[in-house]
Design a protein around this ligand. Structure first.
Ligand SMILES: *Cc1c(COP(=O)(O)O)cnc(C)c1O
Length: 389
C-alpha cells in the first residue's frame, strides 16, 4: 500500500488509489453462512414463507428478550414500521422531529398527511435540542419523534417531560441504536414505543426489516393487527391495516446475525478506537465521541470539520472517494432542504441554525466487520493532506 505523505501522494492528484475496491459506509455485517443455509432448508421443508411464521416468532421473542422489552413486533422494513407506529399511536396534525435525520423519519409522517415540524439539534450530540422542541409546539401538535442519531440516545428524560406537560405522545426512531443503552437500560423500552430498522446497512440486519418495540399490551395488539391488514383470525377484519409483515427468510438472517452481534460491535469498537488514535493529531476536525455511561454500537464514525475548513468539505470527501474510501455527508443537507419539505417550508432553515451548521461540516467514515485494518490510518493521512490539495 502506498504511503501518503503529502498532497501529491493523493489519488485525487493522479496517484494510484490506496484501496483497489470501494469501501462503503454501511457494508453489511453477516453472521454464519452455514446457519443461514440450514434455516433456509427448514423454510423450504415447512413451506411456511411468511405470515407470522415460526422464525419470525422466534426472532421476536429473542429480540424482546435481548432488548428487555415486553413486545417486539417485526416488520418488513423500518419505514413501514415507523408508519405503522405513528398510525397506531393515533398521531395527526403536527409531529415534531429533528431535520437532521434520515429522510424516512419525515416521510413516514408526510405519507399519512401529518405535518413534520422540524426542531433544531444540540451541537455537541447531534440529537434534538429540547428547548427547540418546546418552541415548535402549537395547538395542532400531537407527538414528538426523537431520533437516537448515530446510536447516541436522544435526550429521553427532557423529551418525556415536555411530552407529559403538553399531553403529547413520545416515540423514538431507534434505527441507529440497536444494542445501545441509556442509564443501564437498552434502547427499545423508552417512550410509548421505539422503531428499529434492520436494513442491510445497519449494525444488525435482516436483509430488509424492522421492528416496533413497546411495553404497552394494547399498542402491541394494534401494531400486530395493522401489520396484517387488520385481520383478527380468518375472514375477520377489525382494523384498517397495511402489509408490514417480515418474511421467514429475513427472520432467518436475523437469528444468525443476532448471534454474531457481540462480535460485530466489538469489531466496530476496535475500529472506532483506531480512528480515534489516527485522527487525534489532526487539529482541524473532531471525532464525535460516545458517552461512557451510554453503551454505543460504534456503527457510525462521524467527523466534524472545524468551521475554518468547512468550505473544503466537498474537496476532502472527493479526495477520500478517489482513494476508494466512499465517505458520506450524512445527513446533509437536512430533511428541510429536501423535497417536498423544501417547497412546503422554504424558511424552515431560519429556525435550524445548528442543523445547517453541522450538516455543512460532517463527514461519515466507513466501518463494519469487513473494513480493511489500514483504513483509519489512510483516512487520517488523506484528511491531513487534502487540506492543501
Ligand atoms: C435506516 C433508517 C430508517 C429507515 O429504515 P429502512 O429499514 O431503511 O426503511 C429510518 N430512520 C433512520 C434514522 C434510519 O437511519
Amino acid at each position: 500500500m502506498k504511503t501518503i505523505r503529502n498532497a501529491s501522494d493523493l489519488a485525487i492528484n493522479g496517484a494510484p488509489p490506496a484501496f483497489p475496491e470501494p469501501i462503503h459506509v454501511g457494508r453489511p455485517n453477516l453472521g454464519d453462512r452455514e446457519r443461514l443455509l440450514a434455516y433456509t432448508a427448514e423454510i423450504y421443508d415447512r413451506r411456511w414463507l411468511t405470515n407470522n411464521g415460526p422464525l419470525v416468532q422466534e426472532l421476536e421473542r429473542r429480540l424482546a428478550d435481548f432488548l428487555g422489552v415486553k413486545h417486539c413486533v417485526a416488520m418488513c422494513n423500518g419505514t413501514v414500521a415507523l408508519e405503522i407506529a405513528i398510525r397506531a399511536l393515533g398521531l395527526e396534525g403536527e409531529v415534531i422531529i429533528p431535520s437532521y435525520t434520515f429522510i424516512a423519519t419525515a416521510h413516514a409522517l408526510h405519507w399519512q398527511a401529518i405535518t413534520p415540524v422540524f426542531a433544531d439539534i444540540d451541537p455537541s450530540t447531534h440529537n434534538l435540542d429540547p428547548d427547540s422542541v418546546r418552541r415548535m409546539i402549537t395547538p395542532r401538535t400531537t407527538g414528538i419523534i426523537g431520533v437516537h442519531l448515530w446510536g447516541r440516545p436522544a435526550p429521553i428524560e427532557p423529551l418525556q417531560a415536555i411530552a407529559d406537560e403538553h399531553g403529547l405522545a413520545l416515540m423514538f426512531d431507534a434505527a441507529h441504536a440497536f444494542g445501545c443503552s441509556h442509564g443501564g437500560r437498552k434502547i427499545g423500552g423508552f417512550g410509548r414505543c421505539e422503531v428499529f430498522s434492520f436494513h442491510a446497512t445497519k449494525v444488525f440486519n435482516t436483509f430488509e426489516g424492522g421492528a416496533v418495540t413497546t411495553d404497552d399490551d394494547e399498542l402491541a395488539e394494534a401494531l400486530r393487527l395493522m401489520r396484517n391488514f387488520g385481520f383478527k383470525g380468518y375472514d375477520n377484519v377489525v382494523y384498517p391495516g397495511t402489509n408490514g409483515k417480515m418474511p421467514e427468510i429475513n427472520a432467518a438472517l436475523g437469528l444468525v446475525n443476532l448471534e454474531s452481534l457481540p462480535r460485530f460491535v466489538n469489531h466496530n469498537r476496535r475500529r472506532y478506537q483506531d480512528y480515534a488514535e489516527a485522527l487525534s493529531p489532526l487539529g482541524h476536525l473532531r471525532l464525535l465521541q460516545y458517552r461512557s455511561d451510554q453503551q454505543p454500537n460504534y456503527q457510525y464514525v462521524v467527523v466534524e470539520l472545524d468551521r475554518s475548513v468547512a468550505g473544503l468539505r466537498d474537496k476532502i470527501v472527493a479526495a477520500l472517494q478517489a482513494e476508494n474510501i466512499l465517505a458520506r455527508k450524512y445527513f446533509w443537507p437536512g430533511c428541510h432542504r429536501m423535497e417536498p419539505y423544501r417547497s412546503l417550508f422554504p424558511h424552515a432553515g431560519l429556525l435550524l441554525p445548528v442543523t445547517e451548521d453541522i450538516a455543512s461540516r460532517v463527514i461519515v467514515l466507513p466501518t463494519g466487520n469487513t473494513l480493511p485494518p489500514a483504513c483509519p490510518a489512510v483516512c487520517a493521512a488523506v484528511l491531513k493532506s487534502s487540506r492543501d490539495c
